[in-house]
Design a protein around this ligand. Structure first.
Ligand code: BT5
Length: 268
């Protein structure tokens, strides 16, 4: 089925702040968005698919993408230096956390807390409900050409523990089983629009404050996998570049890439 394009204020929801291109099935919405960038797609084009056959996480990992969950990629062309693009992972994370919290507060009885997990996850009750994959291209002068913000949110289902590094959950499992994909998309678009405006107006400092207010395990002991032996210490926050600040026995370290590991299961 060919993609369907809905411009803001056209056939679709007039409140939609992005130009939506909807597909039934794609390999990966980020891959489609990259192709659209090469074809000069404009700022704030949003690619949405009902399922992905080759959904991607970071480091060539797979994003499990059955029908019923949300898969989208937002094309942005911000006028900022390339190194400032990493902020968009945190912009997206707080927007997704806002949207998930809004849905759960409307739909679920006694919802579990929604938190951001460094660098690119959103958790509900300590389980991963959403992941973010940022990809970008720069010009020869070091300016950003485009950024693609890929977002996957588990709405109707989530993978079992055997298929994920971190335990997963979905909106349905958290008590919002009646919510439609369209309603989640609509809420997410509004939250993304708000948080993008906060970034444009207040810079990374504003987004960082918001992210830290929702951070998972802040002030607690964590272990981070950066490729070698896990780095252990107390999670102290984010620095001004979005690096994780961790305080161990040998002092404070900043980590710019890695995965916060799940806590080992304690035996009773
Ligand atoms: C992410 O990577 O969490 C980024 C996921 C981004 C997915 C979106 S969907 C729309 C757009 N198009 C794409 O192709 N991708 C983006 P990472 O932090 O590397 O986590 C990946 C890991 O999460 C996997 O190795 C699994 O352990 C786990 N995982 C896979 N599918 C999952 C799911 N549906 N729910 C929760 N965890 C999952």
């Amino acid at each position: 089925m060919p993609p369907q394009t809905l411009a803001p204020g056209a056939d679709g929801d007039p409140r939609l702040p992005f130009q939506l291109i909807a597909y039934d099935e794609v390999d990966s919405t980020n891959t489609i968005a990259k192709r659209l960038c090469a074809a000069e797609a404009s700022d704030r084009t949003l690619v949405w698919a009902r399922r992905q056959t080759a959904g991607r996480g970071r480091l060539q990992r797979t994003w499990i993408s059955p029908t019923g969950n949300l898969y989208l990629s937002l094309i942005l062309r911000p006028q900022v230096a390339a190194r400032e693009a990493t902020a968009l992972t945190f912009v997206a994370a707080v927007a997704v956390a806002d949207a998930v919290a809004a849905v759960l507060s409307d739909e679920a009885t006694d919802p579990a807390p929604v938190r951001c997990k460094w660098p690119n996850d959103v958790l509900v009750g300590g389980r991963k409900i959403a992941g973010i994959l940022l990809e970008s291209a720069t010009t020869a002068h070091g300016r950003l050409e485009w950024v693609i913000v890929g977002i996957g949110i588990n709405v109707a289902s989530h993978p079992p523990p055997s298929q994920t590094i971190y335990p997963a959950t979905s909106l349905a499992a958290e008590g919002a089983s009646a919510i439609t994909l369209e309603a989640v998309l609509d809420t997410l678009c509004r939250c993304l629009d708000d948080r993008l405006r906060q970034w444009t107006d207040g810079g990374f400092a504003a987004v960082r404050t918001a992210w830290i207010a929702m951070a998972h395990d802040l002030g607690r002991a964590i272990a981070v996998d950066c490729g070698g032996a896990p780095v252990c210490g107390v999670f102290r926050g984010l620095d001004e570049d979005g690096a994780l600040v961790i305080e161990g026995d040998d002092g404070v370290r900043r980590i710019s890439a890695g995965d916060v590991l799940p806590k080992p299961k304690t035996t009773a």
